[in-house]
Design a binder for this molecule. Structure first.
Ligand SMILES: Cc1cc2nc3c(=O)[nH]c(=O)nc-3n(C[C@H](O)[C@H](O)[C@H](O)COP(=O)(O)O)c2cc1C
Length: 511
């Protein structure tokens, strides 16, 4: 079975590493005349406008980020709740015009503002929306119906009857249109798909919590069945995650026939470049049968964290009554990645609150308990009041930072983040590293997808926490092996997965 041939994921990871030399010897340039459209446009489907005047929850951001969605009782989202969650996870929150075009920025951060993630809705009858399979279009804030009728049973079958899927009145499905980000990031784009998806899911989890809607991230499914349901080919566009939402009183009906969909869409650009490594990595991490899905789920990854030892700084989060009350909606609307940090300090209580909120876990079919995690966090502290500058390791279970090496590490951080000033000017830069061999050992190649996605979700939560406290954040890319080397011997054998920088926003640079 392809998924167990884990040298494939290791090969993909190795082949898509950035290094000082790979950046300097790259001949890639951006072909602006061939830039892909950031929207999927169906030629012949009528829009079904989503309500734009949906009520807001007013729930404070940190409450939404750290809370776990309520899981008891029946909870059926109506069209307003669905519109709210779609808007605050994948909607357009601002549009910036510049000579030659405009960029529609979204609720969640996205590498290069390329927006490869599409969202679909698979539902039974909801108040205000008939059962069907719909595509969500952020461009005109509308749904388009791809299939009429209740197809949730297809997802129940494809996930080997995953309990949250079987009881969900609605399931959101996230896909990636690969060319949108491979246009810029080439073969490495496959990693970005999961980071970008994770950013959206972090917002969706928070919005679901604000509505007290149970929600879960599901990565174990028979790929072909889900792709077929959405009418996507699994190569140029592929399903990444399922996000069951709410809890119905009865399970969906058994699946019917699922005829082929032949729906025409507007071409993304003049021509598309094929990136075989992405296709191969995706195919190698495919689950082809219900048995494979059952195996994926039967023993979720259990983290075995070593005791933290000495040189420990226990987190000191703000008491809940000190949390800012600004609503999730307001924070997401004004969120935007920090383009310059002021090199100023944040308080230890602020970093503690952000870190604590981002690492309380989330319901997922690849994590057993809320303390489990695939990624380890290493922090370069540049300017945090009450903390010596230096390199730290986050002890997840003890909820403490362990000082690995004291000293000014700004310059190293900048270098590690592909020499970007943002990496060194922040108050703290957080590096995610994962022990890929044990993750792949448990999950096969699909564990690679999960490790990248988890990093995106944690990153999205860090963004929300930072903005809730009036601070700034940005995702960053990195020199893979240099990151591991920098944090070694502690990080020996681990692979660099993602980076997020947090700090005090400075004056925006002129671009
Ligand atoms: C996964 C990810 C990686 C990113 N990498 C970088 C980066 O290397 N350098 C950078 O300046 N910004 C980076 N960003 C920030 C994006 O450029 C930014 O999110 C995008 O332009 C959209 O803008 P917004 O976040 O303000 O809505 C990254 C964002 C994400 C989500």
């Amino acid at each position: 079975m392809g998924n167990r041939e884990t040298e494939k994921a290791l090969h993909y990871h190795e082949a898509t590493k950035h290094s000082y030399w790979s950046i300097r010897t790259s001949v890639h340039y951006l072909d602006w005349d061939n830039q892909p459209l950031p929207f999927k446009i169906y030629r012949d489907l009528e829009p079904l406008a989503l309500p734009s005047e949906f009520p807001e929850t007013g729930v404070a951001t940190l409450d939404a980020v750290v809370g776990a969605p309520d899981v008891s009782g029946t909870r059926v989202p109506d069209l307003n709740v669905l519109a709210h969650i779609l808007y605050y996870s994948a909607g357009i929150t601002k549009t910036k015009r510049y000579p030659g075009g405009e960029i529609h920025f979204r609720a969640a951060a996205c590498a290069g503002a390329l927006y490869p993630i599409e969202v679909y809705v698979v539902c039974g009858d909801l108040p205000g929306l008939k059962a069907g399979v719909y595509h969500f279009s952020p461009r005109d804030f509308a749904l388009r119906r791809l299939r009429a009728g209740d197809y949730r049973g297809v997802l129940a079958r494809a996930t080997a009857r995953e309990p949250a899927i079987c009881r969900a009145p609605v399931i959101l499905v996230q896909t990636a249109i690969s060319w949108r980000s491979s246009w810029k990031y080439r073969d490495r784009a496959y990693r970005y798909h999961f980071w970008d998806d994770g950013m959206i899911l972090a917002n969706a989890l928070a919005a679901a919590t604000a509505h007290r809607m149970p929600a879960k991230v599901v990565m174990g499914f028979v790929d072909d069945e889900v792709n077929h349901l959405l009418g996507v080919d699994g190569e140029r566009e592929m399903a990444l995650t399922l996000f069951p939402l709410g809890r119905a009183s009865v399970a969906p009906p058994p699946p019917d026939e699922v005829p082929d969909l032949r729906l025409e869409t507007v071409p993304l650009s003049r021509s598309e470049v094929d990136y075989p490594l992405i296709r191969e990595m995706h195919a190698a991490s495919t689950l082809s049968s219900v048995q494979e899905v059952e195996h994926w789920r039967e023993a979720p990854f259990e983290t075995r964290d070593a005791p933290c030892g000495n040189n420990i700084f226990p987190l000191r989060p703000l008491a809940e009554d000190e949390w800012p009350r600004e609503s999730l909606e307001s924070v997401i609307r004004r969120r935007g990645s920090t383009r310059r940090f002021a090199r100023k300090a944040i308080r230890w209580e602020e970093l503690s609150t952000i870190l604590d909120g981002a690492t309380r876990g989330f319901p997922a079919d690849f994590l057993k308990a809320s303390g489990d995690h695939l990624n380890d966090l290493y922090l370069n502290v540049h300017a945090v009041e009450g903390m010596p500058a230096g390199a730290y390791f986050y002890c997840w279970r003890e909820r403490a930072l362990k000082l690995l090496r004291e000293g000014d590490v700004r310059q190293s951080s900048q270098y590690l983040c592909l020499e970007q000033a943002l990496g060194g000017d922040s108050s703290v830069t957080i590096f995610y590293l994962a022990d890929l061999s044990s993750i792949l050992g448990r999950y096969g190649n699909r564990g690679y997808r999960a490790a990248q996605l988890e990093a995106g979700i944690i990153g999205g939560k860090l963004y929300l926490g930072a903005y809730a406290l009036g601070r700034g954040a940005t995702g960053l890319t990195f020199y893979d092996d240099d990151v591991t080397e920098f944090f070694s011997p502690h990080a020996e054998g681990k692979s660099a997965i993602f980076v997020t920088a947090l700090g005090v926003p400075g004056k925006r640079p002129y671009l």
